[in-house]
Design a binder for this molecule. Structure first.
Ligand code: UDP
Length: 465
């Protein structure tokens, strides 16, 4: 009998593809020995295959095949910043029938489909074809739990959250487990939309469809989010918390950079090698959000004025109204002295480098989890979706950093950098070190995530036999 065949379908963005490809690699190579079909959109399929060493990859993962479907957008579409949401609607309409055609054309019928929580059209396809489906939400358990309360938040009048309104700091009482934690400003930014806004409605539909899947996979670990994971079990009888996925893949297959859609610039590692231990602040805003030129300058001045060395990943498309000629000479000079700028960094190598002492981050879930596991405290500047929740958890629950949500001025940046690297470092280091240890323990033999990966593999085998 053939090995089980698992089809994985990520949402077409870096932060979703990375954890799903790491899971695919684990199921193929380490834990399972399964046949894997990994379905990207055509746009990302081309980007990924351009960057990976295909021969080495297929030698390492011989039973993993990449396939692709259209995403319904033109090749020139930016697919970042506010335009990212176009993918929600285009994938649901254009990619859905293409995905169905792909599934029925596969030479081995899938044992199960693992679909991203915001590609839930895959659940309709799987139901129609009688194929078991598991949903993978690439966010934290906490944010996933909040998404199941959007309708309740509308009913209770908590949505829309109005920016600048004095009520932004009011606590939200209708989400069990988060009563004394979450303020209105910490809700995903889609809660700042009107209730009938199509984007908010899209998330509501995705949550209700997701709940039809037979199980939920999360890239988190039990010890980090225990109470909320228990709450999620009231919706999903089985919740596999299998993270931090990047730690498993460090051990089981040294292929951490094989999911990057953007060319990595390794030169910064040499620069880091020459810096003192824990002296450098790493700055990155991930693959999707965009800044205005003014925001860029506020961060830049804050970093320079803090006097601390910094390594900054500035994507070519990070700044919307990019005006390179309008960067003041004083910033360029100070950066030459104690800064390093690359377009895309080898982030895991950077965060695990001994010279790194802190991370100024947009609080994407992968970045948050990577920072936690490498024991690097954070300054959080969240902008969209789950980032606003993650930054609150970082500062209020896990106490591994500071949240500068809803502010962007040079003096706040300067102060928080000093706090993180020096003045208030002691306050958060105990908790930072503890959480890093818990993360590492979870993936070792006997650890919670290690056990959940084994259970996931066993459960897929039992579907197959
Ligand atoms: N990343 C990277 N180099 C960079 C910036 C980010 O390799 O210069 C990786 C990072 O390690 C993380 C992912 O890109 O795994 C970003 O995912 P995240 O969920 O943090 O943010 P998103 O890009 O989805 O907003």
């Amino acid at each position: 009998m053939d090995a089980p065949h698992v089809v994985l379908l990520p949402f077409p963005a870096q932060g979703h593809i990375k954890p799903m490809l790491m899971l695919a690699q684990l199921l193929c190579h380490g834990a399972g020995g399964f046949n894997i079909t990994f379905v990207n959109t055509e746009h990302n399929h081309r980007r990924l295959l351009n960057l990976i060493d295909q021969t080495a990859f297929s030698r390492r993962f011989p039973t993993l095949q990449f396939m692709s479907i259209p995403d319904g957008l033109s090749p020139e579409h930016p697919r970042t910043g506010p335009s990212l949401v176009d993918l929600f609607f285009s994938t649901s309409s254009v990619s859905k029938p293409e995905f169905r055609n792909l599934i029925v054309s596969l030479s081995q019928e899938p044992t199960c489909i693992i679909a991203d929580g915001i590609m839930s059209f895959a659940i309709d396809v799987a139901d129609e074809l009688g194929i078991p489906v598991i949903t993978f939400r690439t966010y934290s358990a906490t944010c996933t739990w909040i998404y199941f309360h959007l309708q309740k938040l509308i009913r209770d009048g908590e949505i829309p959250v109005v920016e600048g309104n004095g009520d932004m700091d009011k606590h939200i009482s209708c989400i069990s487990g988060l009563e004394n934690i979450l303020r209105r400003r910490d809700l995903p930014n889609i809660c700042r939309l009107e209730p009938d806004n199509p984007i908010l409605q899209f998330y509501i539909t995705q949550a209700s469809k997701m709940a039809r899947a037979s199980a939920l996979i999360l890239n988190t670990f039990q010890e980090l989010e225990t109470p909320i994971i228990s709450h999620l079990q009231s919706i999903f009888p089985t919740v596999y918390t299998i993270g931090p996925l990047h730690l498993h893949t460090l051990i089981d297959s040294p292929s951490k950079n094989s999911s990057s859609l953007i060319q990595i610039d390794e030169s910064c590692i040499k620069w880091l090698d020459s810096r003192h231990p824990k002296s450098v602040l790493y700055v990155s805003f991930g693959s999707v959000i965009v800044l205005s030129h003014d925001q860029l300058l506020e961060f830049w001045y804050g970093l320079v004025n803090s006097g601390k060395p910094f390594l900054w990943a500035i994507r070519p498309d990070l700044v919307v109204d990019n005006e390179p000629n309008k960067i003041p000479d004083e910033l360029k000079l100070a950066t030459k002295e104690r800064g390093c700028i690359v377009s895309w960094a080898p982030q895991e190598d950077v965060l695990s480098h001994q010279a790194i002492g802190g991370f100024l981050t947009h609080s994407g879930w992968n970045s948050t989890l990577e920072s936690i596991t490498f024991g690097v405290p954070m300054i959080c500047w969240p902008m969209i979706v789950d980032q606003l929740v993650n930054s609150r958890c970082v500062s209020e629950i896990w106490k591994v950093g500071f949240d500068m949500k809803d502010t962007c001025d040079r003096s706040t940046v300067e102060k928080l950098v000093r706090d993180l690297m020096e003045d208030k470092r002691e306050e958060i280091m105990e908790s930072t070190v503890k959480n890093a240890r818990l993360a590492h323990d979870s993936i070792l033999e006997g650890g919670s995530s290690h056990g959940n990966i084994k259970k996931l593999v066993q459960d897929i085998i039992s579907i197959h036999s």
